[in-house]
Design a binder for this molecule. Sequence first.
Ligand code: GLY
Length: 563
Amino acid sequence: MVLAACSGTKKNSPVIGAGKTVDPYHYSSTKAVTYSKAAVASAHPLASQVGVAIMQKGGNAFDAMIATQLALAVVYPGAGNIGGGGFLMARQTNGHLIALDYREMAPGKASRDMYLDKNGNPVSGLSESGHLSAGVPGTVAGLFATLSYAKLSFKELIQPAINLAEFGFVITAHEASGLNNARAAFIQYSANPGAFVKNAPWKAGDTLIQPDLAATLKRIRDNGAKGFYEGQTATMIVQEMQYGKGMISYDDLRNYKAIERPPVEFSYRGYNVISFPPPSSGGLLLAQMLKIIEKFPVTNYGFQTPRSVQLMVEAERRAYADRAQHMGDPDFWKVPQQTLLSEAYLAERMKDYDSAKASSSSNIQAGQIHESPQTTHISIVDEAGNMVAVTTTLNDSYGSKTVVGGAGFILNDEMDDFSIKPGVPNMYGAVGGEANAIAAGKRMLSSMTPTLVIKDNKPFMVVGTPGGTTIPTSVFQSIVNVIDFNMNAADAVNKPKFHHQWLPDNVMVENNFAAATKTALEKMGYTIVPIGGIGRTELIKILPDGSRETAADSRGDDSVAGY
Ligand code: GLY
């Protein structure tokens, strides 16, 4: 399926990567294709095409991930980034798993009560926008850590992004609307918002040229990670911090490291699921929810019937209660992972489950442990079978709305993913406590859930999505749609989603969610809250003949590419 094409005035026509198919002035979203060899699904057609061009040039899935993520940093400024962070979950053809944490980190001067006034009350918006909301960015460190698994040179991988920034690309209607909505905030929170702000409103087909960002990308090309964390780019970040009373220092930048973590691995109905561990809550929540429902004949209950949705909501409620209390950066907080995933513990959590009525979140607290939270996702499978799932984030759309003056990129507002005060909800309505309190050098709890599924020791699925706290429930439901309801990739991604996160105690449902199920749930005592859209999932399913059934979410500009 090909959606309406996006085209504009051709300013220049540099070759992007090796692919003759990458034309930044004429492109369209392709939503679902089965490719025979290799595939990329990402939030933007140009980024997916760049990833594929890199693989056609001899790169593997890791090369494609680096080039796609860098391209997203240019063509999708609302969430693609070099000023944010992310997680990579990958499996090489020999079965080796890689969980790479390049999550943002609290600056060295950060402290537990930094967003509270003298009376101990949160200062509205301080953790959500502007300089003080930014954590130390991890993306560039993550890209260089990924390079050790890649085949091509970094110079080759970054050049398409440089060309897109330097010569421009035409923007979609979504992007034009996003930039227009963020205009006032860019001006309020930046010394120099650069290319993102112009006098007339943006419209679909305008060309966005980002010379400052192109120069930053060239410094990274020429100096490696030091081109970001040291030298001129670091000076620009620190000067921007001084302009807006932010906290990120030269030391914070120089000392930032990406970390490899042991992945969360578990079985679900004969499939092996591999997902991201803390400081993401995503892998643990996914494991808890799937293991809870594995005990029930969900296929027999039927897709989005009151019975299956009610069960899944109650699994979501209990898992998110645990998130609020027990999950945080494992380098600062002992996350009781083994217990949280044990059969006995999960059975105990469902002891009070009643299939005829809603539980109440005021009666369900986190379990007792007796053992010493705008984002974007890329799914890639290459010709050899390397699988890469990467979720990366600025947090809110356009992050902190602080553009680093002269450097042309937007900083994250990831500090809001910490619990700024126990029990006070963040922008996603999620609450937390001590486990996710702010501390210098600590990584804030995430919900990002880049996930791989293996069947009989062979690649079966690569999946992930943006969406804040709705990420784990969207990945959960996409997997259930494929495994329990035998859906193809496009249906698994695009069928309506629902979400419960313990607090607030309601079930969010997409507008096209089945009316009869909604009514039945309300009769059982659930409060239903309609919501415009949940997630933008990118899913690749590997079919028995080895072909790659690839779907990009219809909720945005997302697009697949492959060969
Ligand atoms: N900023 C969204 C997340 O990391 O969960």
